[in-house]
Design a protein around this ligand. Sequence first.
Ligand code: HEM
Length: 728
Amino acid sequence: PGFNEPGMGRAGVPQGEAAPRSVQDWWPNVVDLSRLRQNEYNPDPNGAEFDYAGEFAKLDLKAVKADIDAALTDSQSWWPADYGNYAGLFIRLAWHSAGTYRSGDGRGGSDGGQIRFEPLNSWPDNGNLDKARRVLWPVKQKYGASLSWSDLIILSGNVALENTGLKTYGFAGGRVDAWEPELVYWGPEAKFLTSERNAEGEDLDNPLGATEMGLIYVNPEGPEGNPDILKSAQQIRTTFARMGMDDEETAALIVGGHTIGKMHGAHKAAGCIGKEPAAEGVEAQGLGWKNSCGTGAGPDAITSGLEGAWTATPVTWSSNYLDNLYAFEWKLTTSPAGAKQWEPENADQVTFVPDAHDAETFHPPVMLTTDLALRYDPAYGEITSRWVKNPAEMDEAFARAWFKLTHRDMGPKMRYVGAEVPAEDLIWQDPLPRADYAMIEAGDVAALKDSIRQTGLSGSELVRTAWASAVTFRDTDMRGGANGARIRLAPQKDWGVNDPETIAKVVTALEGVQAGFNARSGAKQVSIADLVVLGGAVAIEDAAKAAGHSVNVPFTPGRVDATDAHTDAASFELLRPAADGFRNFYSPRARRSPSEMLIDQADTLTLSVPEMTVLVAGMRALDANAGQAKHGVFTDRPGTLSNDFFVNLLDMGNEWKPAATEGLYEGRDRTSGAMKWTATEVDLVFGSNSELRAVAEVYAFEGGEDKFVADFVTAWNKVMMLDRFDLR
Ligand code: HEM
């Protein structure tokens, strides 16, 4: 809430029924800039200069792991450990922390430790994970700022798995904690555990990764509580694919996850369970789901309402999950809490699962509808029946899929820290080659700029190409960006928004510059990735000069060129912009209004409101729209870095009206009626939205052009440098 999303519960609350609290409550169509405002300040109490990766690197990882391992079996009276070991709880905590990741927009995931904050902290699916973090608090307290919650949560999952006997694939630290909830669109529903997200003819509204509000993935009892195994398999496939997991990875994750731990549904929730953390009183101290039945924990615990364990050894790694899945015919039954789950036909005769708190008592194994999907869905069945015969293959698949699940949103391997970073490069890390040549230096730049000028490429061509190469970056999962020059590879080179012919022309010309330089420079070489960015700098310096400003666009060499072998084309397709307001591009794939799409993109580029504002205006001045469309190019001297965009937008001599073509507007001279400019919503919003207009005014001031040019250059360089993790 507070994030303007069509259908969000608070938008358009009828007046009188609830006190409106935000501008968007009163006027749902006013774009909400809150997400960009989050980029304008740093709420980290450790200070903006705090170098988390550096601090984590100094930790003795073995000692940290030993402390977590000790916590696993240090059962607390206020939340007794099942089987005397918190392994299941810690693994579920790590999984739910990472499992919100969605590949469509890179949001969610463990990075930031968002599970500590609302809404995730109070999601029904995250029931009792508040306890898991309190069990871990002494470890967190001991290592303080050197061990982020986000790293600790994932590391605890690894230590738990290792404690049970699994050989994990590796662990990387480096997740920096957030200090407030990230404003993420989690779905249109205003009520938990409801679903209104299945667009006509589509499985699940993109980019959402779960089937119901408040769930990490799917309903364990089956679609909308229906124990339909094959439909459940379909939902699992859709939602896990949204995280970039294939069938084999999906099956491995569920098999491996449910090899350990148990479910909790000792009693019906109604009459026993209190409110979620965010709805509790201060005396609850941030804990929720207070259980007033029996001892309120341990044997009386209620989490999901499902009850039982999958294996005979819930705190020891084994192949028993798959053995059980295939050994029995399963019949539908209900948990003590009334939830639908499955038990063996001959449940009475197969009571080999120990009780979690009473050494004398044994139970039959249980399965969820979603677990049975792994046997009865033909594709999952093919995979799991292979693993029953070869458990070592499953263990390896799980270890790798777990590593991917828990590291997927950290971005390139350069960001990984610590002694357990695996050596192997993985394709989902979007690897870059290591340069086997000497990099160009500051002294080479002037000559390269001259060579670029001699190609005869236009400023618009150079700017569009540099922008296209850098703008794929998204800080939500640190993917994309100019490094690697993937702009010249499939799929990027063929995206309509990139004007493929322009890209091909520019890349060919820059390859000429590269060949010339490399031939005469000895050991030094220049990458296309660097030349693309340098080309943008050349164009901007020349355009500023044409407007009477002498500027030096910062340029930091050191980028390398990736090849197709480094590039998972299908995964890069996820970075294709559905809209790019900076290039005045909007496609039917966009699921929100042009201005909301602009804000969203500016957010993934970590831009502030002023940075977004100068970049849009500068791109118009530089004539850098996709397809060189003229919308928003409010200037008689396109290709010149002037502040004309702002001056003309705020000129009361113009009158704007919608044009015949939907989405376009015409600006006419108020007196003569002569047509002057055309524009889109993305252009006009800088004059219509009161907060954006306030910023636009600053750049339209008389004498405001110097500031505009300087701010544009700074913001441009920021975008070009977003993926330079090699320098941090
Ligand atoms: C427990 C559902 C996938 C790991 C549970 C519980 C449910 C559930 C209902 C019981 C929670 C409770 O009452 O305490 C599902 C569904 C999945 C899924 C529907 C996807 C289709 C996974 C994955 C992992 C995992 C991918 C890890 C890789 C665990 C663990 C527990 C658990 C370790 C035991 C928690 C404990 O012992 O306290 N799951 N799960 N699950 N799940 Fe899953």
